[in-house]
Design a protein around this ligand. Sequence first.
Ligand code: GRF
Length: 215
Amino acid sequence: MRVAVLISGRGSNLRSLLEAAEAPGYPAKIVLVVANRPDAGGLEHAAAFGVASRVVDHRTFDDRAGFEAALDAALAEADLDLICLAGFMRVLSAAFVKRWENRIINIHPSLLPLFPGLDTHARALDAGVKLHGCTVHFVNEAVDGGAIIGQAAVPVQAGDDPQRLAARVLQAEHRLYPHCLRLLAEGRVHLLEGRSQIEGASDPGAALFSPDLSA
Ligand code: GRF
């Protein structure tokens, strides 16, 4: 499976995908990294792993249609099967998403459908949830609204602030995203009536309880 990763910033999730894809037998190959900002730190990860990168700076276009046309052109050259959004901070138009239907996935730092959008960690703390986490999902026209592929739950701990919670969630992101990409590349993710089913996955018997049941 030939994959492009779209980033806007530091690219730690990109790095986790690049590392995973280096392992022998990993079924996906990162062939292109595209950043919408020339100063995106993640571009250095692409260079370090010898992966081609392009900058399509949204600020140099009059409107979103122009930006997305340039993005499409950059992606078309790479003969892709899938686009992974990894901290990509531009909302893609319905037309773009339609062109790449079921071929764009994203990682979001909450247990969707809770807390779509920004500032998820502060909002989770405000809401007082005991479990927070991250989600890998298909991208559709609704922001953070597509079918869920995988989720990781992370306990909220006493004394957490948004930064501390974000760091704990990020560790889970770095494990979840390569795992979900592997499932997709192995052809084990099936969409049924807008929900995903993972072929060969057993029931999640080891679900995470917080506080733990012995407390
Ligand atoms: C991650 O928390 C991701 O879930 C969100 O943006 C952040 C990107 O971090 N969409 P990084 O650039 O991958 O380090």
